[in-house]
Design a protein around this ligand. Sequence first.
Ligand code: NAP
Length: 280
Amino acid sequence: MKKLVGLIGYPVSHSMSPEMQNAAFQKSGLPFFYEKYEVHPDRLEEAVNDLRTKGFAGWNVTIPHKQAIMPFLDEISEGARKIGAVNTVVNEHGKLVGHNTDGAGFVKGLKRHVHFPIEHANVLIIGAGGASRAIAYALAQAGPKSIVITNRTMEKARDIHNECLRKQDSVMGLEEAEASLSGFQIVINTTSIGMKNDGSTPMDLSLLVPGTVLSDIIYNPFKTVFLQEGEQRGAVIDNGVAMLVLQGALAFEKWTGVQPDVELMEKILLEKLGGNYVNR
Ligand code: NAP
């Protein structure tokens, strides 16, 4: 019997998840079908009840519903609670459980580029929005030596430090972080600076050490100016495609209990984005 999953958000028309997930379901021979649903914020509770009544196996949640959906679910995983956002719902025999696979997806992708023990790494996270929160939480679980978080609005960085990071982690102003760049082995841009492709970058990279893993979670443009500048300075670069694919792959696993063909999922996205993988 066909099992339904999907994506709810507002808007959702840009999402590439249906193609990516349906190709993976087909490849695995699973009778799942993924569709996107535009849900106006005023209709969120109604939509959740509707999906429950229709017996959906689960669904993804995107902007602006990631926080707002939480009161309408029956249970929230510890990670999603700490992050304060749900991107994946699993229908466990009628019980709706909220998870967050964004951060874990990011860390899985990052690890492809980190060829030293992560326990030895000092990590810098630039940005303190929703994506940063998920990444900070998941990175802290991965156990690097230290995580420093910086942001234009320092209050938000302090909140993430208090709620998602550990005692040995800290908050730093943007200028100080820029001046301390040589001390980080992993630098991650989680801000939206670079999306407009207008030449702006979240930080000056003059002091970046060659071999630093430089990650930007933006995937469109495929290689931001930040990554281009880092590459010129000898960084190992990582764009946002892996996070997008692997958060979806983790959701797939939660719905089906089966590991999807991640390479196929990546191929579908890369075709749609018209890019090549960076430094794979
Ligand atoms: P968000 O919650 O709105 O946070 C935006 C972040 O960018 C904040 O830290 C904000 O700083 C900073 N920022 C924005 N404009 C700035 C400016 N002009 N100067 C300095 N800082 C600025 O957004 P989000 O949901 O976390 O998403 C952030 C980025 O990640 C987006 O580009 C999104 O496309 C990307 N993303 C990628 C994936 C993936 O799967 N690859 C997943 C999620 C998000 P303030 O706090 O000071 O405002």
